[in-house]
Design a binder for this molecule. Structure first.
Ligand code: CMC
Length: 430
């Protein structure tokens, strides 16, 4: 607790409010007792100035363009580590020792199969269903298949549920893809690492050998690292709010997936690639820049702008590098969409409108081009985001459940509807 206080004055009354300091980042004014003390609520739709919780997991400095997982810069984790190491870090707070990592990798690897009855659950969906619709349903249904890890008061069950989520999500996502395209499911392979196993489950078919390209597997792994957690974003806040009622972790993650699907959040990678395809060629960029700046046109440059980053999204930089590596490996350096993306970025970054509003490319700007080159259809992009973000959601959910001060989340409102009035019998109404 700091010795700083903030003063709130309403009329001729003044209250002292505690100011709390984080390890880095802005101080927060603690208004937990505001209603009890003053009879007033605060008003902050979209939570632009509200810290909804205390957390030790992820930190973003939006002005500097930095992202830390448990204190480690995302650039270092993406360059030197692998996804399961980041998972361990997010879940347990420290990078694993060699023995801890081997044990964790083993446990994740041996939880990758899903209950055989779940395979039949997929066939209830239409083949043309969006894979995010399938993901929401299947992950929600996990609580029915893994009922032995839904008691959130038992630390062992919480740990098993966390491992199950991280381990099974690639299998579930690959099955959603296979179902979508009408191919048989491919079982996980324990001799492959996390990302290579996922690519194998997506792209192998039973009738021939499929060898995973290690450059593409490394790119996939890096994409997972970049998406693993991102502080109290909309889907993470959804998971926390759902979990605050005591709901089981599978139900909470399903809620997070539903939230992630929106085009302003995880759906932006799909929307960004669709936008680049619609632009199609460099000469049409000025037309789309003009539309993005036109107040009367709802069009926005997808993959640009961020609620927190008012500088280049650090994930976008790494993603851009990964895009070039993947396209070079596949011999697609001349991909016209990459040319459009690079030119669009250049023009937008020097345009007064984007400069003044501090709109920079975010992670979704380049991820679509990379994922498409890896062989995924646009409908799978947000599914891959959900797969990678699952560890962040589960780490945040665990942190909340294990916080002794945790209470059900229950925002208040500024009510502007009708004041109390009496019921009118139907023949007296106009
Ligand atoms: N193109 C054109 N103008 C934009 C854009 C854009 N992409 N983004 C924001 N603006 C303008 C907006 O019109 C507003 O202008 P004004 O102040 O004149 O009304 C100003 O910038 C501030 O925008 P905002 O909507 O108030 O900002 P926000 O913090 O509520 O929204 C955002 C953030 C990410 C939803 C928004 O920038 C956006 O819609 N971007 C496109 C979608 C996108 O790429 N989303 C992925 C986010 S990163 C992945 C993730 O975390 O899920």
């Amino acid at each position: 607790m700091s010795d700083k206080t903030a003063k709130l004055t309403i009329g001729d009354e003044t209250w002292d409010l505690n100011v709390r300091e984080g390890s880095v980042g802005p101080d927060v004014i603690d208004i937990g007792a505001l209603y009890k003390d003053t009879g007033r609520f605060t008003y902050d739709p979209g939570f632009t100035s509200t810290a909804s919780c205390e957390s030790k997991i992820t930190y973003i400095d939006g002005d500097q363009g930095t992202l830390l997982y448990r204190g480690y810069p995302i650039e270092q984790l993406a360059e030197h580590g692998d996804f399961l190491e980041s998972c361990y870090l997010l879940l347990y707070g420290e990078l694993p020792t060699r023995a801890q990592k081997d044990d964790f990798v083993h446990r994740v690897t041996y939880h990758t199969m899903v209950h055989e009855q779940m395979t039949r659950f997929y066939s209830g969906f239409r083949r043309d269903a969006h894979p995010m619709a399938v993901m929401t349903g299947i992950v929600g249904a996990m609580s029915a298949f893994y009922h032995d890890s839904t008691d959130i008061t038992d630390p062992h069950q919480r740990m098993i549920a966390s491992l199950r989520m991280v381990a099974k999500m690639p299998t579930i996502a690959a099955m959603a893809y296979k179902y979508h395209i009408g191919q048989p499911f491919v079982f996980p392979r324990n001799d492959l690492d996390y990302a290579a196993n996922f690519l194998h489950m997506c792209f192998a078919v039973p009738c021939e050998d499929y060898k995973v390209n290690p450059v593409l597997a490394r790119a996939m792994d890096r994409i997972f690292i970049l998406h693993a957690d991102h502080e109290q974003n909309a889907s993470t806040s959804t998971v926390r709010l759902a979990g605050s009622s005591g709901a089981n972790p599978f139900a909470c993650i399903a809620a997070g997936i539903a939230c992630l699907w929106g085009p302003a959040h995880g759906g932006a990678n799909e929307a960004a690639l669709n936008m680049l395809s619609e632009i199609g060629s460099v000469d049409r960029i000025p037309e789309f820049i003009a539309r993005a700046k036109d107040k009367d046109d709802p069009f926005r440059l997808m993959g640009f702008g961020h609620r927190v980053y008012k500088n280049y999204d650090p994930r976008a930089r790494i993603m851009q590098k990964t895009t070039h590596e993947v396209l070079a490996e596949l011999g697609h350096q001349d991909d016209p969409l990459l040319q459009v993306a690079m030119e669009l970025e250049k023009i937008a970054l020097s345009d007064e409108y984007f400069v003044e509003k501090k709109l920079y490319p975010n992670i979704d700007f380049y991820s679509g081009i990379t994922l498409r080159a890896l062989g995924f259809p646009t409908t799978m992009f947000t599914v891959l985001f959900a797969l990678a973000r699952t560890v962040g959601w589960i780490a945040q959910w665990k942190e909340m459940v294990e916080d002794p001060s945790q209470r059900i989340g229950r925002p208040r409102q500024l009510y502007t509807g009708a004041a109390p009035r009496d019921y009118l019998p139907i023949d007296q109404r106009r």
